[in-house]
Design a protein around this ligand. Structure first.
Ligand SMILES: Cc1cc2nc3c(=O)[nH]c(=O)nc-3n(C[C@H](O)[C@H](O)[C@H](O)COP(=O)(O)OP(=O)(O)OC[C@H]3O[C@@H](n4cnc5c(N)ncnc54)[C@H](O)[C@@H]3O)c2cc1C
Length: 419
């Protein structure tokens, strides 16, 4: 079957890999002149399969005033005259109900486990990919500054450990012993939770390497600099993706366009609950190995993540619910630098760090949209929010199973766009 995958971010490329493995003839269509130049470009690099809890959680409700009023809050809500923003926020608040948040966390844990296995399969079978993206199985240390917050986390962890999870709680000195680069920050810390099985890597390099491998070995065609303007339907199915260079026909289409999915599907009468959540990152080149973490670190208080990427240190954080315009770039980058220097003051040259602002294509409940649409041959794999790198390989396997008519190993109905 000829399948057209729309979008060459991490979700589109992993989808293409799974489809090519099934023997399909695959064409990828991408507006930019390379792979992973939008949300997948300089993200936090975390492959954080055990930390997939949704943003929408009962614990966020008391924090809402700070989101609105405090300029240095890690999460900020900046109201706009935008129905899409208000609709998304209303759905987000509904998703904060405890039973829904719990159910979502369990579903995402299953998808995370599947993703880990699927990424390992790619890494095991594609040496050109595994050698190219600074992939490390280095574990993750989530550090807490507030003693009560640490106690709550420790309690949650004990439940997970009883269920078989490999995690342990460390006091501040044990955190610094595990990760010597934290020594100077030790007085700030109440403790941490260490998960040795977590991983990290460079999402953009991973995606680009997949693109190379697919083009060279699997005969996948990638049409860069080709924006899809419209999906042409005959009423029940999609017959072509319309571009300035002509129509691209296929037997099936998979929409993996991140934020670009919303207008294209909207024109077909399918409303996707996806909204941009803006974030920022810094990349320090030639990071000082003695003062740079070897494990991935999350500073939970600041909601900032740190990943060592082959001599570089990637630092990412912040969530702004503010639409695509007016990203508060300069101020937020300066804040991120100050916050990173509190924890890793001597990691490297902060003044010349590469800076990036990206938009997570997020659903209100943090679950991606995977599966069918009202059009028989049009499939969705989009809306991965803050977890696209972590969940891409599993989502790709699920959509490939669905297209092949196989039963996916997770309940795909939980990811329906109109759930
Ligand atoms: C600051 C930040 C930190 C993050 N940290 C992490 C992390 O540590 N771990 C993690 O798992 N996730 C993280 N994420 C989330 C992750 O980066 C995203 O979920 C993921 O990149 C989404 O991938 P995607 O392929 O769906 O979207 P994209 O990468 O945006 O890809 C969509 C592609 O579609 C193309 N496109 C759009 N419209 C059209 C059109 N009409 N025609 C043709 N092409 C089109 C775009 O050019 C783009 O290349 C982070 C995100 C941000 C912003």
């Amino acid at each position: 079957m000829h399948v057209c995958v729309l979008g060459a971010g991490v979700v589109g490329l992993t989808t293409a890999w799974s489809l090519a493995r099934d023997g399909h003839d695959v064409t990828i269509v991408e507006a930019r002149d390379g792979a992973a130049l939008e949300a997948s470009f300089a993200n936090g690099g975390q492959l954080s399969y055990s930390y997939v809890a949704p943003l929408a959680d009962p614990a966020v409700l008391p924090k809402l005033p700070a989101w609105l009023l405090k300029r240095d809050s890690a999460l900020r809500f900046i109201p706009r005259f935008d129905v899409g923003q208000w609709r998304w926020c209303a759905a987000f608040l509904l998703a904060c109900r405890s039973h829904r948040a719990r159910q979502t966390a369990l579903e995402l844990l299953s998808l995370g486990a599947l993703s880990k296995a699927a990424l390992h399969e790619i890494v095991g079978s594609e040496p050109l990919v595994s050698d190219s993206f600074d992939y490390v199985r280095n574990g993750k240390l989530v550090v807490y500054r507030d003693a009560r917050e640490f106690e709550r986390a420790r309690h949650k962890m004990e439940l997970l450990v009883e269920a078989g999870s490999d995690q342990r709680a460390l006091d501040a000195s044990q955190c610094a012993a595990l990760e010597p680069a934290l020594a100077r920050a030790q007085p700030l810390l109440a403790g941490g939770i260490h998960t040795p099985s977590e991983e990290a890597g460079d999402c953009q390099r991973f995606t680009s390497a997949l693109a190379d491998v697919l083009q060279r070995r699997n005969g996948v065609t990638i049409r860069y600099e080709t924006r899809v303007r419209e999906l042409v339907s005959d009423g029940s199915r999609i017959v072509a993706a319309r571009t300035a260079g002509g129509d691209i026909e296929a037997d099936a289409f998979v929409v993996a366009l991140g934020l670009g999915s919303v207008p294209l599907l909207g024109a077909l009468g399918v409303r996707l609950p996806v909204y941009p959540l803006t974030g920022y990152s810094l990349t320090i080149r030639d990071a000082d190995p003695r003062n740079t973490p070897g494990v991935s670190v999350t500073d939970l208080h600041r909601k900032v993540v740190y990943a060592p990427l082959g001599g570089r240190l990637r630092i990412a954080g912040m969530v702004e619910i503010a639409g695509l315009k007016d990203a508060q770039r300069a101020g937020r980058i300066a804040l991120l630098k100050r916050q990173a220097q509190e924890i890793f003051p001597a990691a490297g040259d902060y003044a010349n760090a590469q800076t990036w602002c990206g938009h997570r294509p997020a659903t209100p409940d943090s679950k991606p949209l995977i599966g069918r649409t009202p059009y028989r041959n049009l499939w969705l794999n989009t809306g991965h929010g803050a977890l696209g790198f972590t969940l891409a390989c599993g989502s790709a396997r699920v959509i490939a199973d669905a297209i092949a008519g196989r039963e996916p190993s997770i309940d795909i109905a939980a990811y329906a766009y109109d759930r």
